[in-house]
Ligand binder design. Structure first.
Ligand code: TXD
Length: 319
């Protein structure tokens, strides 16, 4: 059986890390694409030269022509500009909307059967622009944010409880970062919900609130430290988990930005919700019942995403 092909559009910090992880996990052959000629070719060759040491077999190529992504099974999009200190994710709209339109056209022409994962910020708006531009079915186009937000949440909780990260699960909904909605009663340590852990004296509500805020600010914390870019290792790991669930038909339940058609009372918008990812892409959207407080938080997040989408639409109309 021929190997799968993974195309990475954007060969920057996340793109390069995605290529390395896809190689290490033997997900398939890997093509890096970027508008800056030389960078995708250089990174592809560098990682290929690591393959004998690491013991993985994959064909790695780089290119600056969209024909390089032809026939890809998975396309992961990081093309665009990242945040600099002091910038919000929303400041990136102008540039990245145009980039998503160009990338979408490339996917439409060369990889119309792919499962597409968008990472470019502001994520919840950009994944919608990309979906429209590539014309693929909504179940084949998702955004990566929730896996990262919940990974940050899980890491901070594991640190607080001094337990393995593997035994901490987190349930997050809503937009990326600032408007993320963690559902504490569905987040657990080995099945024990967070509110019970507070009652058991493992932590305090105050500490939990601090951890939630740190998670929301997780991206800004890294931008503040790096100064010249944004997080890339954990974002790459997160997108690879989604790609792997699709390619290996694992049907993992992962929080992703998915196109809602009435679920959670939302229609025609990409919002972060738990979904099942299998060989058909998004196979199911998991819809839970909210308490009044959770619903209010979710609605605030949806309003923030709607605002972003409106701003994006105005830009497109004015162009
Ligand atoms: O959770 C999440 N979704 C995110 C999103 C977490 C972290 C970072 N997130 C966003 O990912 C970030 O705000 C950026 O919008 C993207 C990519 O971040 P990365 O750190 O990889 O940015 P780089 O290193 O600047 O890489 C972007 C590459 C760079 O090599 C450009 O030359 C290229 O994109 N680029 C393009 N490639 C193809 N086509 C076009 N038009 C193009 N324009 C720029």
């Amino acid at each position: 059986m021929a190997r799968n092909k993974i195309a990475l559009i954007g060969a920057g910090q996340i793109g390069g890390t995605l290529a390395l992880l896809a190689g290490l996990k033997e997900l398939g052959d890997i093509t890096l694409f970027d508008v800056v000629d030389g960078v995708p070719q250089g990174k592809a060759l560098d990682i290929a030269e690591a393959s004998p040491v690491e013991g993985f077999d994959a064909v790695l190529k780089g290119g600056s022509d969209y024909s390089a992504i032809a026939g890809a099974d998975v396309v992961i999009v990081t093309a665009g500009v990242p945040r600099k200190p002091g910038m919000s994710r929303d400041d990136l709209i102008g540039t990245n909307t145009k980039v998503m339109q160009a990338v979408g056209a490339g996917i439409k022409q060369y990889a119309p059967d792919a499962f597409v994962i968008c990472i470019t910020n502001p994520l919840d708006a950009m994944v919608g622009v990309l979906r429209e531009a590539c014309g693929l079915k909504p179940e084949k186009v998702v955004g990566m944010a929730g896996v990262l937000d919940s990974a940050r949440f899980r890491y901070f909780l594991a640190e607080e409880f001094k337990v393995s990260v593997e035994d901490v699960t987190a349930f997050v909904l809503g937009g990326h970062g600032d408007s993320m909605v963690p559902l504490a009663r569905y987040s657990t340590v080995a099945g024990i919900p967070l509110p019970d852990l507070v009652k058991m004296g493992w932590t305090t509500q105050e500490k939990l609130d601090q951890i939630i805020q740190r998670t929301r600010d997780g991206g800004a914390e890294i931008v503040g430290l790096l100064k010249t870019g944004s997080a890339f290792y954990a974002p790459a790991s997160s997108a690879i988990a989604m790609a792997e669930s699709y390619l290996r038909d694992k049907r993992r339940v992962l929080p992703c930005a998915a196109y809602l058609t009435g679920q959670y009372g939302v229609t025609g918008l990409y919002i972060g919700v738990p979904v099942v990812i299998g060989a058909n892409g998004v196979e199911r959207i998991v819809e839970v019942q909210f308490t009044a407080e959770e619903k209010a938080a979710f609605d605030t997040s949806v309003a923030a995403v709607k605002g972003l989408v409106e701003a994006t639409k105005k830009l497109i109309a004015a162009a």
